[in-house]
Design a protein around this ligand. Structure first.
Ligand code: PHE
Length: 355
């Protein structure tokens, strides 16, 4: 028998009821275990003035001004620290359209390859220089009013080199220089008609004619190139198709487009003729980027060029290579009203070609 049973829990509860403090860990645990109490945590803060205490908000100064100096309050100023890793505002500059950038790049490549530029300011040309001199017959569909813009005023050219016109007429009508010609009545009125130059090869033709009028001895590797539609010619003794392939491959590789294919084609003024294709990674297909060939004797000999002189020539598109180089799949994204200005803005200032 035990006389006095000590009921510790009861004593503790009594204590709590009387408002006394129970603070021994083992007591608290015993009560908690039996869910007789719940634990509450209280947090208390004691607030004091800190070292930067200020009843009003101070604005850190960013500049020391004349007023600060005059008022003398510069002594108490707090300056804002420089944020040296802040990014600057984007610089407002002009942007080059990709077409213009590629045009310049192409121009530079040809100049590096030793070409000279042709004067190309004659956008109005006579049919003679645009077609007839190129051995393009007068009934050719490209000479149709659907395909070519003819001028109303002045409708006809004023002057052509008469003896050369005579030789061109003859080669169209009855041939010569080993050719049968086309066998039709060549009309001067047709050749006189003014038009908007349909290709820059018209310029190449004029240049070759002028060259042929010079001393033949001087005729050594003359290069021309025209940048817009980029027509180029090389005129030299004994050039072959291999020279044409080599020049085009060299040029496109410098531009960064080394996946090339050549396909036989037809032009009235070249034989053989080749279309040039390049692989478009975005479209996953081969796209045509140019046309080329060796000018026919029916075109060169009436000009008066010596028989052993050959001319390799090409016309290149500017848009297609630009699309390939910039990974643009749709020509409407490159020019016209739908061009996204950000595309132009965000393009790198220079594109490094694979030299
Ligand atoms: N004149 C051709 C065109 O406009 C290009 C070309 C030039 C083709 C020279 C062959 C030789 O597409």
């Amino acid at each position: 028998m035990v006389e006095n049973v000590e009921d510790k829990v009861k004593d503790l509860l009594k204590k709590i009821e009387d408002g006394e403090v129970v603070d021994k860990k083992e007591d608290i645990d015993a009560l908690k275990k039996r869910k007789l109490i719940t634990l509450q945590t209280w947090k208390a803060y004691s607030l004091r003035k800190g070292p930067k205490y200020a009843p009003e908000r101070k604005k850190a100064a960013t500049d020391l001004t004349r007023d600060h100096l005059q008022r003398g309050d510069w002594k108490d100023l707090e300056f804002k620290e420089y944020n040296l890793s802040a990014q600057g505002q984007p610089i407002q500059v002009g942007y080059l359209q990709p077409l213009l950038e590629v045009r310049e790049e192409i121009q530079n490549i040809f100049l590096q390859m030793g070409f000279e530029e042709m004067p190309t300011n004659n956008f109005v040309e006579s049919s003679f220089w645009n077609f007839d001199a190129l051995f393009q017959p007068q009934q050719h569909p490209a000479r149709d009013s659907h395909d070519t813009f003819f001028l109303k005023v002045p409708a006809a050219t004023r002057q052509l080199p008469e003896d050369y016109v005579e030789r061109v007429k003859r080669v169209h009508e009855s041939g010569g220089y080993g050719s049968k010609g086309y066998g039709y009545d060549w009309k001067r009125e047709e050749a006189d008609k003014n038009l908007l130059r349909t290709h820059t090869t018209a310029v190449s033709t004029r240049m070759l004619y002028m060259l042929a009028q010079q001393d033949a001895i001087k005729l050594l590797l003359i290069h021309f190139v025209y940048c817009y539609l980029m027509s180029g010619v090389i005129c030299d003794h004994g050039l072959t198709l291999a020279d044409l392939l080599g020049v085009l491959e060299d040029f496109f590789t410098r531009l960064g487009m080394s996946k090339l294919r050549f396909k036989p084609a037809y032009n009235p003024y070249t034989e053989p003729s080749m279309e040039v294709f390049s692989y478009h990674e975005g479209l996953k297909k081969w796209v045509e980027v140019g046309n080329s060939g060796m000018f026919r004797p029916e075109m060169l000999l009436p000009m008066g060029l010596p028989e052993d002189v050959n001319v390799i020539a090409w016309g290149l598109s500017l848009e297609r290579p630009t699309m390939i180089l910039y990974g643009i799949d749709n020509i409407r994204d490159l020019f016209g009203p739908k061009v996204d200005f950000n595309l132009i803005k965000n393009n790198p200032i220079c594109r490094l070609g694979l030299l």
